[in-house]
Write a protein that binds this ligand. Structure first.
Ligand SMILES: Nc1ncnc2c1ncn2[C@@H]1O[C@H](COP(=O)(O)OP(=O)(O)OP(=O)(O)O)[C@@H](O)[C@H]1O
Length: 273
């Protein structure tokens, strides 16, 4: 018999979901969102979760965070049932970037970023403050941004503050709900670059819900398609586009999809005379 190891098991999936059923409502009003859904996410992946509106993508993220409970089935995160992580346990294992940032409007930037660490109550205030400043720097913000209020930030800055807050406890798993929604194309490209850099630098595993095909093709290493109440296919982004399913044809092969998949045109340079 071997003693249980305290080292992370690198072969084990970071997220492992099996036999998942989610039913909301009761009796005649009951409706099933997930039915026998299976999904696993390996260490280091950036998995894009796509699906039509109301197919249960956000609910699935919330279940990975332990914020929502499945009706049946298993959601395991880093070897532990997500429902048993508790709030503090969850923050050190899973960081979540909510769709609109979800910052506390009455707290300044620094207090938003420091929130989970301060709540834990184990570190002196100056250490908490320094940790939050490090995270702000990590997401490309300056110390002078620390005292700003959320209402005074641009959309791109709100996303960055929310990302710093999600990373405050150094979680190995990051969940992103529509990370580039509401950003203009330039802010969106900058945020994608930041996510790519942080993924590599911190060795993160990422699960993101996105409707944005540019973000999907720029970032994801694998795509999982949610339809018919389950994951109908997973694979490399371009492979998945060839899977015959009405949602996939509509989502990837429409005009937007063709544009996102087109090779980047070579820059035209002015001729020297
Ligand atoms: N707590 C809840 N109680 C009842 N119904 C819920 C609850 N949470 C989500 N739902 C329902 O479950 C379904 C899936 O919701 P979810 O937000 O996960 O969809 P989604 O795939 O993220 O959609 P979208 O792409 O439009 O954001 C929806 O019909 C939603 O109304």
């Amino acid at each position: 018999m071997t003693a249980p190891s305290t080292q992370p098991n690198f072969a084990e999936p970071v997220v492992d979901i099996s036999g998942l059923c989610t039913v909301f409502g009761k009796g005649d009003a009951a409706f099933t969102v997930h039915q026998d859904l299976q999904l696993s996410v390996q260490r280091g992946e950036i998995l894009a979760l796509v699906g039509g509106s109301g197919t249960g993508k956000t609910v699935l993220l919330r279940q990975m965070l332990g914020l929502a409970l499945p009706t049946r089935g298993r959601v395991t995160v880093l070897g532990q049932p997500a429902s048993e992580m508790g709030r503090e346990g969850a923050a050190s294992r899973v960081g979540m970037l909510f769709q609109h940032g979800a910052l506390f409007s009455a707290f300044n930037v620094l207090d938003n970023v420091a929130f989970a660490l301060r709540e834990q109550g184990t570190l002196p205030p100056d250490v908490v403050r320094d940790a939050a400043l490090v995270k702000l720097q990590m997401v490309g913000l300056k110390p002078e941004h620390a005292s700003r209020m959320p209402a005074d930030l641009s959309g791109g800055m709100i996303k960055r503050v929310a990302l710093a807050r999600a990373l405050i406890m150094d979680p190995p798993l990051l969940l992103l709900d529509e990370p580039t929604a509401g950003l203009d194309p330039s802010a969106s490209d900058d945020f994608v670059d930041l996510l790519r850099e942080l993924h590599a630098a911190l060795g993160l595993t990422v699960v993101m819900v996105t409707h944005d095909l540019d973000t999907l093709f720029a970032l994801s290493t694998r795509v999982a398609v949610l339809a018919d109440k389950k994951v109908v296919v997973t694979g490399a982004p371009r492979e998945v586009t060839r899977y015959p399913h009405p949602f996939i044809e509509h989502f990837f092969l429409g005009e937007r999809g063709q544009r996102a998949m087109a090779p980047v045109p070579t820059a035209v340079t002015a001729k020297e005379s």
